[in-house]
Write a protein of this length. Sequence first.
Length: 254
Amino acid sequence: MPLIHFPDEITDFIQQGAIFYISHSGGKDSQAMYVELKKVIPSKQIVVVHADLGEVEWEGVQEHIRANTQHQMNVVQASKTFLGMVEKRGKWPSAAYRQCTSDLKRGPIFKFIRNDLKERRATIAINCMGLRAQESSARAKKEPFSYNKQESVNKRVTRHVYNWLPIFNFTTDEVFQTIREAGEKPFWAYERNERLSCVFCIMGCVNDLRHGAEQRPDLYKKYVELEKKIGHTMFTKGKEPIYLEEHIGIKVTA
């Protein structure tokens, strides 16, 4: 098995009482990351955080996380909903403008980290994410360990926040192997899905989207109707917009 990316600073941060916040989506990468971090981080310094995406989240995700973690799951949620956000803006997110990630995941998680760190009277937070280089060329360019200047303060209140990608160098096969060797199973949707995020993710392949439409026809209908309402599509074919029904080949029935 590959070794996690373990910077020299981590040992010092553990000794200094740093809190390791594990962002857990319920997906395979989060699950494998948690398995590996349990081996090297003291249990009392691990905090599991899940950003609840509401109705656009796969059903059973939170139960899956609870069943495969030994820590309390802290659930955070934005004040807005995904579909409400899209309707208000009049556009769907894109790979270049991932408002869903910033507003529905990252924002609420960092708000929780700030408050939790304050309550614990701790000063060092390690934001652990299951991003991997193999996933995309953009992610391959990320630094596996970095100082988060935006979330850190060093004035009247001291707070140092670091971003850590522990399984940055894992392959997909190694992620699933890690889960198997821990005696666990990945979330049920992986029986068909390549990746797990929202049921209908802008980064999802046709197969994943079709699976979502089969499992959640009620939600699929909302997406199809919203595309028509705002006149903006989730996907394009070349440079031309393509409606979701045509993109995945499933028509909405009345």
